[in-house]
Design a binder for this molecule. Structure first.
Ligand code: MLC
Ligand code: AMP
Length: 503
């Protein structure tokens, strides 16, 4: 059997291919037939460009139906999709192109010159454009091709996507996800969350990440459902559209912002059967306030780029606030001490996971991959947690130095390296502080050098200097200038003291 994920998804497309797949803000709909035909044309184009199965297709584009179709076309043609956040800047794009060596880079028109320059340096042979209206050289070049295409046979272990996650060392790692990894997680979630005929998903998440691309889209596609496909999250727009939806997925910031809308009422949620939250901790107060305001109990789940979803609160049973529920079917989750011994319920330890959805390893980093798996094949998530007496898992912290801001991961090391390279900076420490909207927000504590460049440093100058280098969500919301950083006897910066001092 062909394990190609597109074959798996399309085998469940509606019998009547005129059924809507994506409904756009202006009311236009992409039917399942449109999606199938448009992805066939792009798959032909990829082949015609000379890309072979296993070659990477990088895309740094806005969220449009064509962007999703490009992903599906890449799967069909047996190539490997590499989605990139449009917020990434030169420094970041340069690294991804050099590391992944894609055969094609699809960029936005306003980035064309930069894309050409970086592609040339990285040896990427083709650059095509897709704009925020879903037009550009990608679509023009694909138009002449046939609108059917037999999905290239793939084995379960063949790669379907590489998603970069920043690393504690400051160097991003490409998490390699296979067709089996993605298909397994999609089918499990589709069943666990009881998707059914007639479901409509309000899709407001970005599609360059696991949550919006894999979790949300795969569930909808497997169900043959319509998605109200919005370019981005907007709380007022969500209030307008929720009456037409049955399922909504978001990061905690979305729920905080929905609660900030006076018109967000029970009546608005009348048709909705499921609100899912994840990617970052949902505050207990948000969970409770949501239940009181609209009578819905948000279902919180837990996962990461390296494997999609690991655990979920139950669909039918009790959903407990402050927990991420039970291991999903087929998933093994262990909470262990540092030596890898399982701990009894109630005790906090590192979370290890094993299952068919857990990734294949980090792209071209065999040593790093080896380090992150135990001898028994469990992946070390870097999250700390505990099971309660009833088997509900809670995430209580992280052993990795990671900030999650508005559902997006930021590794301090990456930002510290860029700040430290600025003239006048002696050293820096980047920390996450509580933020009412983003959950956590990035802040920097900077020590100036005792010279003229150091004297000239200011908060605004540092922020300005970082803007062209790093994606906007990584830019510190505040920069504090100090004389020195607190260190322990080992010389390690005590970030906990900085967090206490500046929160
Ligand atoms: C935007 N800004 C952010 C930010 N997003 N700042 C901190 N954290 C963020 N996440 C800043 C911008 O820099 C800009 O600042 C200002 O906010 C306005 O930018 P915007 O793009 O207009 O913001 P907005 O549209 O409001 O976006 C916020 C958001 C978005 C929360 C809606 O970030 C979002 O959709 N996040 C979800 C990300 C996601 O999909 N995560 C799942 C990953 S998968 P300035 O100063 O430039 O004006 C995963 C696995 C799992 O983690 O378990 O699911
Ligand atoms: P990413 O690397 O972007 O996939 O982010 C994965 C990380 O997000 C996990 O390792 C957790 O630290 C965090 N995360 C995801 N879901 C939850 C959740 N429901 N509660 C707390 N943290 C979460």
């Amino acid at each position: 059997m062909n394990a190609n994920l597109y074959a798996v998804l399309s085998s469940r497309f509606p019998k009547d291919a005129r059924a809507p797949c994506m409904i756009l803000p202006d009311g236009r709909a992409w039917t399942y037939a449109d999606v199938d035909q448009a992805s066939a044309r792009i798959a032909h184009l990829l082949v015609a460009l000379g890309l072979k199965p296993g070659d990477r297709v990088a895309a740094q584009v806005e969220k449009t139906p064509e962007a999703l179709v490009l992903y599906l076309a890449t799967l069909r043609a047996g190539m490997v999709f590499l989605p990139l956040n449009p917020a990434y800047q030169r420094h970041e794009i340069d690294y991804f192109l050099k590391d992944a060596e894609p055969g094609l880079f699809v960029c936005r028109p306003q980035n064309r010159a930069l894309a050409d320059e970086l592609a040339l340096q990285a040896g990427v042979p083709h650059v095509l454009v897709l704009d925020d209206a879903g037009q550009g050289s990608l679509i023009e070049a694909a138009t002449p091709f046939a609108d059917d295409f037999a999905s290239v046979p793939r084995k379960g272990d063949d790669l379907a996507a590489i998603l970069y996650t920043s690393g504690t060392t400051g160097r991003s790692k490409g998490a390699m996800l296979s067709h089996r990894n993605l298909a397994h997680n999609a089918t499990v979630l589709h069943a666990y969350w009881q998707f059914k005929s007639g479901d409509v998903l309000l899709h407001m998440l970005p599609i360059f990440h696991v949550h919006g691309l894999f979790i949300a889209c795969h569930c909808a596609l497997l169900n043959g459902s319509a998605m109200l496909f919005e370019p981005k999250f907007d709380a007022r727009r969500a209030v307008k559209l929720l009456p037409q939806a049955t399922v909504f997925m978001g990061v905690p910031t979305y729920y905080v912002r929905l609660l900030g809308e006076p018109d967000f009422t029970r009546a608005v949620c009348g048709q909705v059967r499921l609100f899912v939250s994840g990617s970052a901790p949902l505050l207990r107060e948000t969970f409770e306030e949501f239940r009181e305001r609209v009578g819905h109990t948000i279902l919180e789940r837990y996962g990461m780029t390296e494997g999609g979803m690991f655990s979920s609160n139950p669909y039918a049973g009790e959903r407990r606030g402050g927990t991420v529920g039970f291991p999903l079917p087929g998933m093994q989750i262990r909470v262990t001490d540092a030596a890898g011994q399982s701990l009894p319920n109630g005790e906090v330890g590192q979370i290890l996971v094993k299952g068919e959805n857990v990734f294949m390893g980090y792209w071209r980093m065999p040593d790093k991959t080896k380090e992150e798996f135990t001898a028994e094949g469990f992946f070390k998530t870097g999250d700390m947690g505990r099971f309660d007496a009833d088997g509900y898992l809670s995430i209580v912290g992280r052993s990795k130095d990671l900030i999650i801001s508005g559902g997006l991961n930021v590794y301090p090391k990456e930002i510290e390296e860029v700040i430290d390279a600025l003239p006048g900076v002696a050293e820096s420490a980047v920390i996450g502080l509580p933020h009412p909207d983003f959950g956590e927000a990035v802040q920097a504590v900077v020590v100036r050098r005792k010279d003229a460049a150091g004297a000239a440093l200011s908060e605004s100058a540092i922020i300005q200097a970082l803007k062209g280098e790093l994606a906007n969500f990584k830019i510190p919301k505040r920069v504090f200038l100090v004389d020195d950083l607190p260190r322990n006897t080992m010389g390690k910066v005590q970030k906990n003291l900085l967090r206490d001092q500046f929160s």
